[in-house]
Design a protein around this ligand. Structure first.
Ligand code: OSB
Ligand code: MG
Length: 369
């Protein structure tokens, strides 16, 4: 296969409800879709970089630039036997993992369609259903939070992750435990704390959380190792892990016991498999994180979650948790038992609806070799 044409679409889709984390608040999700065309087929993937460089250093604008001016020229017209080759073509480019991931993941989808296999099977996955949870943003009040969590629990989500920040932490977790008892509960701080907050983080230890995600700096694994030694609750790293070597070092140092794998954060599906393998060799569970993706990114997240080391429910919630109308058909649906059925059709398994892409599109460019 060789990608003959690469179409980059920029979309702006309104979220059903604003999503607030310790680094900011989103009401409209701006993101890129890439469409890799070859032999009459289109492979699709999503670039989940956000408006502003607050989660990581990438933005919609940097991703557009790096895809258009650096990555697409390395991809277009070059033949591959298997999509596992593609990430190597981008090796000379430093970082920009979300931009790289979009192109690489689109090649996996394209290849899966060309060989008539579902993407998940091509990746070596075997589950036919995946377990999922929901990530709940910071809410205006505790009562709002409880109402929101109650609604998600009623739908069947198997894990509740709440965003925390200084001043919205111990009291919040305490209230959720008081109201909902022993539910599968975790907290994600998106790097809002330092070791000076040890007393607060130790106070969370009393609540039997499944894990605390990325409490300390985005570029740290040393302080996280010190914190992990002071807590019973497992730490999970998100922002700090960019590739399989980061995962190996973090686990060997004791900086965490669990890793959140986001395909785009680590640079693509091949890289995500490598992080998964490192964790599995060391007996560390992984789960699939999310970045408020449209159905396209969600389809890739479902596929990677079928690998055997993904033993904890991920953040891949149903389309209806984010969107009035997703851009794929069928939408991603969660069954009342908190699982999503893995599609068995060739490729990503969800059709992209062109009229809906067009409705939310704000910029588009077709690139050729
Ligand atoms: O840290 O996992 C995170 C959303 C945007 C940026 C970072 C994160 C998140 C989420 C939402 O937690 C996960 C999702 O529902 O897609
Ligand atoms: Mg996180």
């Amino acid at each position: 296969l060789r990608v003959e044409r690469l179409v980059v679409h920029e979309l702006a889709m309104p979220l059903l409800a604003p999503f607030e984390t310790s680094f900011g608040r989103s009401e409209v999700r701006r993101f890129l879709l890439v469409e890799a065309q070859a032999d009459g087929l289109s492979g699709w993937a999503e670039c989940c970089a956000m408006d502003a460089p607050l989660y990581n250093e990438e933005t919609v604008g940097t991703a557009w630039h790096v895809i258009r001016d650096y990555l697409a020229p390395l991809l277009l017209g070059r033949p591959f036997e298997h999509p596992s080759e593609v990430s190597g073509w981008f090796r000379a480019i430093r970082r920009h993992h979300m931009a790289r991931s979009a192109l690489e993941s689109a090649c996996w989808d394209l290849y899966a369609q060309a060989v008539g296999q579902p993407l998940y099977r091509l990746l070596g996955g075997s589950k036919d259903r995946i377990e999922v949870g929901v990530s709940v943003g910071i809410q205006p009040t505790l009562a709002d939070l409880c109402r929101t969590v109650e609604g998600f629990l009623a739908q069947g989500y198997r894990k509740v992750k709440v965003k925390i920040k200084p001043g919205w932490d111990v009291q919040v977790i305490g209230e959720l435990r008081r109201v909902f008892g022993d539910i599968p509960l975790m907290a994600d701080a998106n790097s809002a704390y330092t070791l000076a907050d040890l007393p607060t983080l130790q106070a969370l230890d009393a609540y039997g959380l499944m894990m605390i995600e990325q409490p300390l700096a985005h570029d740290d694994i040393i302080d996280h190792a010190q914190l992990q030694r002071a807590l019973r609750t497992p730490l999970c790293l998100d922002e700090s892990i960019h590739h399989a070597e980061d995962a190996r070092r973090a686990l060997e140092l004791g900086a965490c016991r669990i890793i959140n794998i986001k395909v785009p954060r680590v640079g693509g599906l091949q890289a995500a498999k490598a992080v998964h393998d490192v964790c599995r060799e060391r007996g560390a569970p992984v789960w699939c994180g999310g970045m408020l993706e449209s159905g396209v990114g969600r389809a890739h997240n479902i596929a990677i979650t079928t690998l055997p080391g993904f033993t904890l429910p991920g953040d891949t919630s149903a389309s209806s948790r984010y969107w009035a109308e997703d851009i794929i058909e069928p939408p991603v649906v969660m069954d009342p038992d908190g699982t999503i059925a893995v599609p068995q059709a060739p490729g990503r398994g969800y059709e992209v609806v062109p009229a809906r892409v067009a409705r939310y599109r704000v910029r588009c460019e077709a690139l050729r070799a």
